[in-house]
Ligand binder design. Structure first.
Ligand code: ADP
Ligand code: TYD
Length: 208
């Protein structure tokens, strides 16, 4: 059974980072070698770009410049971290990937999906996950979880208006509808353990 590339997606506070860790543990328990990584970041160059993206003034970058920086970070992450791990037979679980750029910069940010896909083709040879799990929660519940975690101090993009985040959530739902083989919506309500079980069920056809 070959290694698989899994991404976790969704808006702020839905539980992606929590579930990325839990899913990695669950797969390790099944005997798989797992690399847990995240975006923006996941390689030294991409982590340096992460601070440029998440710190500073709300209008620090134009939408286009922001999309280019995310694409550049992703290109480094794919080349230096993700591709080598997959080549060595490791399963890769990535906390956010291309679909975040499609939702945040492409749809909510107005850059457009075709432009984001073009940048991904140039930077990362169009590399796609084998399965993308979108954690879905009501906007109110997600905002409550994010507020409890961030104590009123979100990062540069997390702090955008609620309309922006509603557009992001809608974009993820549209992506899942348009590409049901790769992208699955998973109910993120309930306990952490319940959500992990749903994620494993959404990966059942890929698991050894
Ligand atoms: N199933 C859950 N039920 C209640 N709280 C949760 C659940 N999953 C995560 N949390 C909490 O919600 C907050 C946001 O979770 P996190 O994993 O950081 O989300 P994300 O990475 O999607 O922004 C954290 O404080 C986390 O402990
Ligand atoms: C990967 C990626 C993240 N982002 C944003 C989403 C988040 O607001 C921010 C950082 O992501 P992250 O640290 O995962 O935040 P959170 O845990 O709150 O979900 O970067 C984009 O706008 N485009 C992208 O391509």
């Amino acid at each position: 059974m070959s290694a698989r590339f899994i991404s976790l997606e969704g808006g702020e506070g839905v539980g992606k980072s929590t579930q990325a860790r839990r899913l990695a543990d669950a797969l390790r328990t099944r005997g798989l070698d797992v690399l847990l990584t995240r975006e923006p970041g996941g390689s030294p160059g991409a982590e340096a770009i992460r601070s440029l993206l998440l710190e500073g003034d709300a209008n620090r970058w134009s939408p286009g410049a922001e999309a280019l920086l995310f694409a550049a970070a992703r290109a480094d992450h794919v080349t230096r971290t993700i591709d080598p791990a997959l080549s060595e037979g490791q399963w890769v679980i990535c906390d956010r990937f291309l679909d975040s750029s499609r939702a945040y910069q492409g749809m909510a940010g107005g850059v457009g999906d075709a432009a984001i896909q073009n940048l991904h083709q140039i930077g990362s040879d169009g590399r796609l996950p084998d399965r993308t799990l979108v954690l879905a929660l009501t906007d109110t519940d997600a905002a409550a979880r994010a507020d409890a975690r961030d104590a009123g101090c979100p990062d540069r993009i997390g702090g955008r208006a609620s309309d922006f985040h509603a557009e992001v959530a809608q974009a993820f739902r549209d992506f899942a509808r348009d590409d049901p083989e790769r992208i699955r919506l998973v109910d993120a309500s309930g306990s952490e353990g319940e959500v992990t079980e749903r994620l494993l069920a959404a990966l059942a056809d890929l698991l050894p």
